[in-house]
Design a binder for this molecule. Structure first.
Ligand code: PNS
Length: 161
């Protein structure tokens, strides 16, 4: 087990400024942070896996202790393979809590050594989600301050397609 390592799993469809805020905060706490994109998410994504990974790599390139990876199957198996005993998740508002609680406790049942650590993004991102960003992009709303410029460009191209 690597005590300095944390993994931050998610769909990241696409990465938002809220995710990035959390990644920056976590990169100051953990020695090594692996942001990992779920390959077998139940949702039909707007961006394919390769695009989501590319965007994450672009926006985290200045953070030397952050890596981007993908995983398939159970998160606990991936964490075991990497030697991590910390899963990082963000909680924006009370509404996130129930889902996160279920997931954290299920993961704990599957792997008692694995700890889920929750962090809060900056308050200005507490209303922000990838889902809303996709909807705004589809309907032509402003994405200013919600996603990094590189992600905004990709969203505009995707919607125009
Ligand atoms: O960004 P999301 O969609 O909220 O991320 C959810 C994710 C990918 C972290 C979660 O669905 C997950 O861990 N999936 C992998 C499958 C798994 O381990 N399921 C059991 C978790 S209780």
């Amino acid at each position: 087990m690597d005590s300095r390592l944390a993994i931050y799993p998610g769909s990241f469809d696409p990465v938002t400024n809220g995710h990035l805020d959390l990644i920056e905060r976590a990169s100051q706490i953990f020695g090594r942070l692996v942001v990992t994109v779920a390959r077998n998410s139940e949702k039909a994504p707007m961006f394919n896996l390769k695009e989501r990974v590319e965007m994450l790599r672009e926006v985290t390139q200045l953070l030397p202790n952050v890596e981007v990876d993908t995983f398939e199957g159970l998160l606990v198996d991936y964490a075991r393979k990497l030697g991590s005993h910390v899963i990082l998740r963000g909680i924006r508002a009370v509404s996130d809590y129930e889902y996160e609680l279920q997931m954290a406790l299920m993961n704990r049942k599957l792997e008692p050594q694995l700890e889920t650590v929750f962090m809060l993004p900056a308050v200005e991102y507490s209303f922000l989600s990838s889902h809303l960003v996709r909807e705004l992009a589809a309907l032509g709303g402003s994405l200013s301050g919600l996603v990094p410029p590189a992600v905004e460009r990709r969203l505009r191209i995707k919607v125009a397609d």
